[in-house]
Write a protein that binds this ligand. Structure first.
Ligand SMILES: [Zn+2]
Ligand SMILES: [Zn+2]
Ligand SMILES: [Zn+2]
Length: 236
């Protein structure tokens, strides 16, 4: 697959195969090695110029839409919701830039609100909609005040976690007894403020290690809620 494919006219047909057009590819980068969005409308022509000039695509310095130095991984395809690559380590700042550009704000909200599962109180959604109503749009396909503030809230999304044994087994009943469907130790924590294991933990990466568990909503979400006069606490 060529990086130039996404730059073809929308809906072009090559060798009888429909080539889907898309703007944002996936790049890996940052000190914590996450998946970022790369604007192919900017990077594609630069890479084409490099190749035309006798160089290589890899000679072009690539930055994600959030401004992180990244390596474009073309085989991962499009920065979009169906991508299995983006189920983990997806950059929140890039996510909002792409959502605002593509008009997929509702899907972006659902993605972050969904981390709370059944424990969602509606607070995070209200914060998102308040920011969207309050802060003016920035430059297209670039991070700015609006997208970064939305990403700040998204980082601190209420996240449902279960006990250590439940996180390791597929069935709650197996851990807590026949007929039990919800882990009795399940709780809603801040996904950012709560300490979670890094890559050194192997399969347990991303899980809480227990020393620093910060209940949701954390002070970041509460501060945003206060600013926008959203009542905190209680279910919808
Ligand atoms: Zn990013
Ligand atoms: Zn937090
Ligand atoms: Zn459990």
């Amino acid at each position: 697959m060529s990086v130039l494919e996404p730059l073809r006219p929308r809906g072009s047909t090559r060798g009888g195969v429909h080539v889907g057009a898309y703007r944002f590819g996936i790049g890996a980068g940052g000190s914590d090695w996450r998946w970022h969005a790369v604007d192919l409308e900017i990077v594609g022509p630069r890479m084409a110029d490099a190749v035309a000039g006798g160089g290589q695509r890899g000679d072009v310095e690539v930055f994600s839409v959030c401004g992180t130095r990244a390596e474009l991984v073309r085989r991962l395809g499009q920065f979009t919701y169906g991508s299995r690559w983006l189920s983990q380590r997806r950059c929140e700042r890039c996510g909002w830039v792409v959502a605002l550009n593509r008009g997929t704000v509702e899907a972006e909200i659902e993605l972050h609100v969904g981390a709370a599962g059944d424990g969602d109180t509606g607070l995070l959604r209200q914060v998102f909609t308040s920011v969207l109503a309050d802060v003016a749009p920035g430059r297209d396909a670039e991070s700015g005040h609006r997208s970064d503030l939305l990403a700040h809230a998204a980082l601190h999304r209420p996240t449902a976690i279960v006990c250590e044994r439940c996180s390791e087994r597929s069935s709650v009943a197996e851990v807590h007894g026949h007929g039990v469907t919800v882990c009795p130790q399940a709780q809603l924590v801040c996904g950012e403020c709560t300490f979670t294991a890094g890559r050194w933990a192997g399969e347990r990466e991303g899980l809480s290690t227990g020393e620093c568990v910060v209940p949701a909503p954390c002070s970041v979400l509460v501060a945003l809620a206060r600013h926008y006069e959203i009542p905190v606490g209680g279910r919808r």
